[in-house]
Design a protein around this ligand. Structure first.
Ligand code: NAD
Length: 365
């Protein structure tokens, strides 16, 4: 029994869910467990003021359940503000599945997860995130309509990652224009950390523009493949953050801008696809600003994917997806200028626009 190990008075101090640092008035958390398939997942619904909570499912081998809970809380909150600033009628949600996507993901597990999504009757709509592919969403689609990011053969808009990367590329160009006076990335040194679905597609855009690209990943096979395909240099050092570079593009997991790394950065611009790049939005946002590093807010510039999957719900086509995604350039530039005018961080400026839209909708309801 747990109480044999920890006294109940100690347990009462823990406040495991509502007391979490990352808890931010989330509406609902669903813990999903299925012994037969080995599924252990958490679905987080942060806010549904603007619409049903949409956000991808991440499968990751979390060290502890706390890490998984913390991740789903942070990720689902981020989705609320991403949908809001992008002008979509969606709320914020996300799911995490605890486990190794390479060895523990089975069709049965994905379908069982889909049944849990279905049990929420559309309050939460899923899609891909780290560790997931289009074919996984096709399996979820077999048991619930509350899924996006399904393959084009099955009537979906396909893998959202290339569009996410294109939006990140647009945001990066806007940040470059703000920082360097030109959006042209030719000959700019860009470090892309994490070259999975989004990172690789970003490398492709950068390569087409003639940027000097360095890549890093924990997966050597991916490094060899992407390096060869796009003529990108593999970063072999062990202190990426303190390298001289124009742009740092985080495209792996979140929180790489943290107490340990914040003073190391030599990059002039940070613009990448990863969610929740700032370990502490306020503190690290301020420190970046103080150091004169232009930061393109993650939830603003990585919204291409949600624009792509939203098309499946709203039935708009490729042309509109591209138009909305290209608009990330204008919004990013406006946010950076607005932050300067109001002497606030770029993250805060983006957050304020998103929050204002949510507040206005609340008043209407
Ligand atoms: P992915 O699983 O395809 O790729 C992630 C890559 O990061 C993998 O190659 C992995 O090996 C690498 N990685 C993990 N830890 C690393 C580390 N410590 N250092 C270097 N590399 C590391 O995932 P993805 O779909 O490309 O998503 C990447 C990021 O973008 C995530 O933060 C995700 O939440 C965010 N995002 C993705 C989408 C999308 O459309 N896929 C949309 C918005 C945001």
């Amino acid at each position: 029994m747990v109480t044999d190990l920890i006294s109940t008075s100690d347990l009462s101090k823990v406040d495991p869910v509502f007391g979490q640092l990352s808890f931010d008035n989330h509406e609902q958390l669903v813990f999903c467990n299925d012994k037969d398939t080995g599924l252990r997942a958490i679905i987080g619904i942060h806010n549904t003021t603007l619409g049903p909570a949409l956000g991808g499912t991440r499968m990751w081998n979390y060290e502890t359940e706390w890490d998984a809970l913390n991740d789903v809380l942070r990720l689902s909150r981020g989705m609320t503000f991403k949908a809001a600033i992008t002008g979509l009628n969606l709320g914020g949600g996300k799911a995490v599945i605890i486990g190794d996507a390479k060895t523990q993901k089975t069709p049965e597990l994905m379908k069982r997860f889909g049944e849990f999504v279905h049990s929420l009757s559309g309050r939460y709509i899923t899609a891909e995130d780290v560790g997931m592919e289009t074919k996984d969403m096709d399996l979820v689609r077999e048991v619930t309509p509350y899924v996006t990011g399904i393959s084009e053969e099955k009537g979906g808009a396909g893998n959202p990652s290339p569009i996410t990367a294109y939006g990140v590329f647009m945001g990066m160009k806007a940040a470059a224009k703000y920082a360097f006076g030109s959006e042209i990335l030719e000959d700019r040194t860009v470090y892309v950390e994490g070259i999975g679905n989004v990172g690789e597609a970003l490398v492709e855009n950068l390569s087409n523009e003639g940027a000097k690209i360095f890549i890093s990943d924990i997966n050597q096979e991916r490094l060899d493949y992407v390096s060869k395909k796009y003529n990108a240099s593999i970063y072999t050092g062990n202190d990426l953050y303190s390298e001289e570079m124009d742009i740092y593009a985080p495209c792996a997991l979140g929180a790489t801008i943290n107490d340990r790394t914040i003073h190391q950065f030599k990059a002039k611009v940070i613009a990448g696809g990863a969610n929740n790049q700032l370990a502490d939005e306020h503190k690290h946002g301020l420190l970046l600003r103080d150091r004169g590093i232009v930061y393109a807010p993650d939830f603003l510039i990585n919204a291409g994917g949600i624009i792509n999957v939203y098309a499946e719900l709203e039935n708009y086509g490729r042309h509109e997806i591209i138009r909305k995604t290209e608009n990330i350039f204008n919004t990013t530039l406006e946010i950076l200028q607005n932050a300067e005018t109001n002497d606030i961080t770029a993250h805060q400026a983006a957050f304020d626009v998103a929050q204002a839209r949510i507040d206005a909708r609340k008043k209407e309801n």
